[in-house]
Design a protein around this ligand. Structure first.
Ligand code: MLC
Ligand code: AMP
Length: 506
């Protein structure tokens, strides 16, 4: 029996000395060296008692070793659960407990905080620094550089990625080997990736975009990545002459456009710029084309579904749209109440079905039933339409979600914490336009008889949430606007505060 994901992404590169990762310090790691590292890590995981189907949670700085842990998990059938490095110990506790992770790997600087969590969940703890230091690589060093690949089936789980919910509780999206492999194959072909490609990789590797879209596609095509720890426009510009393609969130593109050294010549030999994870303004598309003569290719995806649609490689890339359903992905737009398909051009909820769609939420059968229909269609919660040329347009969100610089923020989670603070009667967290992050959260707070303590609210957010979720402003008002049914009208609030950042900062 085989291991379809490992056999497609990694096996062909074993022993090959072709360039895989170009690193910040000027060195290059070959495919073969990367896989030797992965094999050693795999040995260390087995030694630690991990069995196929066990979960490994990892919160570490982006590094070749971090990516090699992913490869090792695939090889050994362990379910890989990467976590945002910005998450606080409070946030991590839930993920570690909920997933039942048997092993947690964290940065050495966080080991003592996380040991408090693992001491009561029973998980083992190893450390991995951004420079490869820590107990994981020390344990891996004595392991052989080749190792047995554990057989897996296509519908076996390969990864859990947590995504928050409108109820405030995060859900573990269960992704199978087939989900990941089918999408990587489709994207490689659709975007014409080959061994000759060199990708500018500045995304984090704990989300779908940087891990599955970028890294899986590059592994499948056998190309190389310029692997940067984070997005820095100066580094991107310095490396661009060596690269052929870039994948990024819209903030990457607005920041590049604002950079004086980003010119037509700087981008001249790049064959492809891809954007996704958040809506790109038509204005950004237009400015980018005017400057570089190239059109950004925008695509649309989700944690639960991988990539669903893409603008075409060769045909017209239409600004304000996310292109066509990818091969093998069925997409329909339905009435939110009845679930009936609406006519072409009408707005409804986007639903998708295909080999890319996840298996469900970990230990949440009811949530899974609410969003994943029995016939296999997943209700994305995004509102959209199919235009007369067949391009999909996303026009809004049926779900209460804010996307800041490509990171998702679920207002409910923040509202629940603010509502618990002294002096607060109730609150509403809304996303307002932001010139850098696209959207940013603002908390609108209604006081009770006593006055709320704004410092207390801020410090409660700091203890509980990753920095990107913190409301950038807290506004006190007498009452929240409500409709006749008593539901808070967030649209009215968003309208009231829409110029809060764009007017000041633009
Ligand atoms: C960092 N900060 C953010 C932030 N990222 N705040 C809001 N939104 C964000 N996205 C915080 C920092 O902690 C810092 O806080 C302050 O904001 C400013 O930091 P910065 O230096 O300007 O930010 P930077 O580190 O440059 O990061 C911005 C970014 C990064 C846009 C480059 O967030 C990023 O790489 N985003 C990509 C996210 C992504 O990969 N999403 C894919 C999800 S998968 P302070 O207080 O210290 O100043 C998915 C599916 C799909 O959605 O379709 O792809
Ligand atoms: P996540 O849960 O982090 O995977 O975020 C997925 C969400 O990001 C989708 O449901 C969309 O709302 C949004 N998204 C991803 N790509 C795009 C895009 N190109 N345009 C608009 N929204 C997008």
């Amino acid at each position: 029996m085989s291991n379809p994901l490992f056999d497609a992404l990694f096996t062909p590169h074993i022993g090959k000395e072709s360039a895989f990762l170009h690193l910040e310090d000027g060195t290059t790691l070959s495919h073969g060296a990367f896989l030797r590292k992965a094999a050693q890590i795999g040995g260390a995981l087995v030694n630690a008692g991990l069995l196929p189907g066990d979960r490994l949670a990892l919160q570490v700085t982006k590094s070749p070793e971090a990516l090699a842990v992913y490869a090792a998990c695939v090889q050994k059938g362990v379910i890989f659960l990467p976590l945002n490095t910005a998450y606080t110990a409070h946030e991590l506790e839930y993920f570690i407990e909920n997933s039942g992770a048997k092993l947690v790997i964290c940065d050495p600087s966080k080991a003592s905080d996380i040991a408090e969590i693992t001491s009561h969940t029973g998980a083992q703890l190893l450390t991995l620094g951004g420079d490869g230091s820590g107990t994981l690589m020390a344990a891996a060093a004595s392991q052989p550089e080749t190792t047995q690949t554990i057989p897996r089936r296509g519908d076996d789980l390969a990864a859990f990625l947590y995504t928050s919910g409108t109820t405030g509780r995060s859900k573990g999206a269960m992704l199978t080997q087939d989900n990941l492999l089918s999408n990587a194959k489709v994207l490689k072909a659709y975007w014409h990736f080959t061994q000759a490609d060199v990708l500018l990789h500045a995304l984090p590797i704990f989300h779908t975009h940087g891990l599955f879209v970028a890294s899986n596609v590059m592994l499948l095509c056998g190309g190389a990545m310029i692997f940067m720890p984070a997005f820095n426009p100066d580094t991107i510009l310095a490396q661009m002459p060596r690269a052929s393609a870039m994948m990024g969130v819209p903030t990457f593109y607005t920041r590049l456009l604002a950079h004086e050294r980003f010119t037509r010549e700087a981008a001249a030999h790049m064959r492809l710029f891809i954007s996704g994870s958040a809506p790109m303004l038509t204005e950004t598309h237009v400015q980018f084309e005017a400057l570089t003569g190239q059109r950004i290719l925008e695509r649309y995806g989700m944690t639960e579904t991988n990539m669903n649609t893409s603008n075409p490689y060769a045909g017209m890339r239409k600004a304000g749209t996310v292109g066509f359903p990818l091969p093998g992905v069925e997409l329909k737009v339905t009435n939110q109440k009845t679930g009936e398909e609406v006519a072409q051009g009408e707005i409804g909820v986007i639903e998708v079905r295909g080999a890319n769609v996840f298996k469900g939420y970990w230990q949440m059968p009811e949530k899974t039933r609410e969003e994943l229909r029995e016939d296999g269609f997943f209700i994305t919660g995004d509102l959209g339409l199919i235009d007369r040329d067949g391009y999909v347009q996303i026009v809004g969100r049926g779900k209460d979600l804010i996307i800041s610089g490509g990171y998702n923020i679920y207002p409910k989670e923040i509202e629940m914490l603010i509502d618990d603070q002294p002096g607060v009667k109730e609150s509403a967290v809304i996303g307002v336009p932001h010139p850098d992050f696209g959207e940013t959260p603002v908390a609108v707070v209604v006081p009770d008889a006593t006055a709320p303590d704004l410092d207390q609210i801020t410090s409660a957010c700091e203890t509980s949430f990753a920095r990107f979720k913190h409301p950038r402003k807290i506004i006190i008002i007498d009452a929240l606007p409500r409709n006749t049914m008593g539901k808070v009208q967030k649209n009215a609030l968003r309208d009231d505060y829409k110029d809060l950042f764009t007017k000041i900062e633009s």
